[in-house]
Ligand binder design. Structure first.
Ligand code: BJ8
Length: 430
């Protein structure tokens, strides 16, 4: 990697501590990703993105900032990128997915809370994440209790705007969220100094829809009998979607999809025939959290789809593009975003319908329900999901785990037993 020390220094980073992080990531990535066989050529771009994760993209962001652009960091798929882009701003996803940041988060937060929140806060207060350091403003949301209270801590370190997300999905809640998007638009206009017009918003609605369509194309290749790409690689692409340049990302994923579609025709698979196909559902897997995918795919399974915010919740459902005035565009944005079935909503039966639909669409053999510890909303929702899946005769297990690898052996054993049971069911069905 080129030398970015001067850039990191200018971002007021703790360079010594950051060096420790830079030392572990390449080996970690190498062990998990570069050991895979028959990887598509198109993954080379994503290898490059990871090798430059704290370099090239940070340089780009800061060049944009020098030219007057503003960077907004967010933590949830409810924050509408369309609005940021329409004001000529740049949005980056900032959820922390590394164990490295957890101890710093614990300096200001209780230990018994979700590692995603502790890592996100720890990344900022330790000054070791150049994305946080490049953000002009963070955008939080009132989803789970842990997050909404953590924003009160983070605002001591960086300017924050918090969006009020309704907890139900009635008509009045959709209207309320439309108002929240309007308030957010005004904040973005104030920070960037640029007005959002109906014309600019129409363009960015199309752009973000195109990004979603590209990811839909990628995920469609995972419905094939011969899997042309591993779940691990697909997850990485979705994670990169949160911070890469939108147009470049669309081009690179489309190039990769050409290759994957060829592979499907030529019946090339990265897994051996009969590998149990797994739908993974649950809490988001923020970069570099590749743990569950790695454990599943080294225990005899293949992840074919993620019903998660680092998965289908991010790109399913498009925003209606046929609106010419701001008011109707804001309503269309609210409609689309309020269609996301996050466990923070009550009731949230739409998520159960999504899981069953995706299980069928991706020809899955079983469901793994993955939850981060202390995530009450997802943990509680397991009961309803499990009951519904059992009624449909769909095998399901729940695995609650954090970012550390201490429980890897134990999880491997549970997974192997789960896959064995799936294989036996399949044999009996023949
Ligand atoms: S839309 S899932 S990105 S809120 S895992 S921090 S819920 S305690 S991340 Fe999320 Fe938006 Fe919902 Fe998606 Fe809290 Fe649970 Fe932690 Fe979570």
């Amino acid at each position: 990697m080129a030398d970015y020390r001067e850039l990191w220094e200018s971002l007021d980073m703790d360079l010594e501590k950051h060096d420790e992080l830079c030392q572990v990531l390449p080996e970690f990535y190498g062990d998990i990703y570069m050991t895979q066989e028959k990887r598509p050529e198109g993954m080379n771009y994503f290898n490059f993105v990871i090798s430059e994760i704290h370099g090239l993209r940070i340089k780009e962001l800061n060049e944009h900032r020098k030219n007057g652009k503003k960077v907004f960091g967010s933590f949830c798929v409810f924050v509408p990128d369309e609005v940021i882009l329409a004001a000529d701003g740049i949005g980056v996803g900032l959820c922390g997915g590394s164990e490295f940041w957890v101890p710093d988060g614990e300096k200001v937060l209780p230990r018994n809370m979700c590692p995603l929140i502790k890592a996100s806060v720890g990344a900022k207060i330790s000054g070791t994440c150049p994305y946080f350091q490049s953000a002009d403003m963070l955008v939080g949301e009132t989803t789970c209790d842990g997050k909404k209270k953590a924003w009160e801590i983070l605002e001591d370190y960086i300017p924050m705007h918090v969006m009020d997300l309704p907890q139900m999905k009635r008509e009045k809640d959709k209207e309320n969220f439309k108002d929240e998007i309007k308030i957010f638009k005004e904040k973005v206009e104030e920070v960037t100094g640029n007005k959002v017009s109906a014309e600019s918003l129409k363009e960015t609605i199309k752009l973000v829809n195109n990004k979603r369509k590209t990811l839909q194309r990628l995920y469609n290749t995972r419905k094939a009998e011969n899997l042309p790409i591993s779940g691990k690689d697909a997850l990485l692409i979705t994670q990169v979607a949160f911070y890469d340049d939108t147009n470049r990302f669309i081009d690179k994923v489309n190039e990769l999809c050409d290759e994957l579609e060829n592979r499907i025709e030529e019946k090339v698979s990265v897994f051996k025939e009969g590998t149990p196909r797994i739908l993974l559902t649950g809490t988001p897997m923020a970069i570099p959290n590749w743990k569950m995918h790695h454990l599943i795919e080294t225990s005899g399974g293949a992840v074919v789809c993620e019903e998660a915010c680092t998965g289908t919740k991010y790109f399913e459902r498009l925003v209606d593009e046929d609106n010419e005035d701001l008011d109707s565009q804001l309503r269309a944005l609210s409609e689309r975003y309020m269609g996301i079935n996050c466990a923070c909503f009550s009731p949230n039966d739409g998520r159960i319908d999504d899981i069953i639909r995706l299980y069928k669409e991706y020809n899955a053999d079983g469901v793994i329900y993955n939850s981060l510890p202390f995530c009450h909303t997802y943990a509680i929702e397991y009961k309803k999901v499990k009951d519904a899946l059992e009624k449909e005769g769909i095998p399901v297990i729940m695995i609650e785990t954090d970012y550390s690898l201490q429980d890897a052996g134990q999880i491997n054993t549970r997974l192997e037993a789960f896959f064995e049971m799936i294989n036996m069911n399949k044999e009996l069905a023949i």
